[in-house]
Write a protein that binds this ligand. Structure first.
Ligand SMILES: NC(=O)c1ccc[n+]([C@@H]2O[C@H](COP(=O)([O-])OP(=O)(O)OC[C@H]3O[C@@H](n4cnc5c(N)ncnc54)[C@H](OP(=O)(O)O)[C@@H]3O)[C@@H](O)[C@H]2O)c1
Length: 281
């Protein structure tokens, strides 16, 4: 948020976040229509980037109604209220590469979706709600990595924590993705909203890695022996909830709109640079 001083930015969540200045936080539940209407009336946003979600797959599987409320109904309230109060304002819905079943990878924006679990199914319903209630909505299908996760250790944080403690970790060689560093996604959103882009768009790295390679990349940046990352295979049949193995997104369309995105190795290096800078403060 400090990177975009020219914009007034507020963040909404239910629980206060230690990484965001208190005056920029508005606490409330997006599943409450009154709260959403008041929020939009009070802030009069030009752009809403809707990233709130319940990202705990098991919790979503066990609480499908809450997942539906959080991903579909909250999106409906936001998209509808914004379209009504500020028809020229932009609505960006952060979706997921998990809307695909991960059997083939390299999914384009027009490939058939096939979510494997409640989280992904309700995120896909959120896409439909965004587009139905806000005709110019921008739907970004993405996967992300970064540090500073307020609620739980993200994949990158889990790798970092274990490797810095010299604890061995498993890296899956049969799971691949092309995520963006969260800072890169933020920059991408700025570029796309400047262009008033709309419709469904894959926001992903031009480079693909397996989760094993991703962990190796972090080990390399930490100058920690690669042997601490054990190559292994995820047995998809034993997973509950089910999850896709290859959710790589095709990035041809986004490349026609904005300047080239950094490679995944470069993005990992940038994250590590930010992480080390913060550790030294
Ligand atoms: N992490 C990934 O690898 C990944 C991959 C693909 C797509 N995505 C998408 O990227 C977005 C961000 O993911 P993330 O990993 O950063 O998620 P996260 O760390 O779990 O954070 C989600 C945020 O949403 C807020 N939230 C949830 N329900 C809410 C509600 N009803 N009202 C207000 N706030 C609510 C949470 O706040 P409270 O806890 O205070 O409620 C939390 O701050 C999500 O839309 C997710 O689907 C993430």
């Amino acid at each position: 948020m400090q990177k975009y001083p020219q914009k007034n930015i507020w963040a909404t969540m239910r629980t206060a976040c230690p990484h965001i200045a208190p005056q920029q936080q508005i606490l409330g539940d997006l599943c409450q229509e009154n709260f959403v209407n008041d929020l939009i009336a009070h802030t009069k946003p030009q752009i809403i980037v809707h990233c709130a979600a319940i990202t705990n797959l098991l919790y979503c599987e066990q609480n499908p109604d809450i997942a539906h409320q959080s991903h579909c109904i909250a999106t409906e309230y936001l998209a509808k209220s914004l379209a009504k109060s500020a028809p020229n304002a932009q609505f960006v819905y952060i979706s997921t590469d998990s809307v695909f079943d991960g059997k083939t990878g390299n999914y384009t924006e027009t490939c058939a979706t096939h979510p494997l679990n409640v989280y992904a199914h309700t995120k896909l319903q959120g896409e439909a709600a965004a587009q139905y209630y806000n005709k110019n909505a921008l739907i970004l299908r993405t996967n992300i990595f970064g540090t500073d996760s307020p609620n739980h250790a993200s994949l990158a944080e889990w790798i970092l924590k274990n490797l810095t403690q010299r604890t061995s970790i498993d890296g899956f060689e049969n799971v691949c993705f092309n995520p963006l560093y969260t800072h890169t996604l933020a920059q991408t959103i700025t570029q796309l909203t400047d262009l008033h882009a709309s419709g469904i768009l894959n926001a992903a790295s031009p480079t693909i890695m397996t989760k094993y390679e991703f962990a190796l990349c972090i080990a390399y940046a930490l100058k920690i022996p690669a042997s601490l990352v054990r190559p292994t295979t995820l047995d998809a049949h034993t997973l509950y909830p089910a999850r896709p193995l290859n959710t790589t997104l095709n990035t041809q369309k986004i490349q026609t709109l904005i300047p080239p995105l950094p490679s995944l190795a470069h993005d990992v290096q940038t994250m590590m640079l930010h992480y080390i800078q913060k550790e030294q403060q």
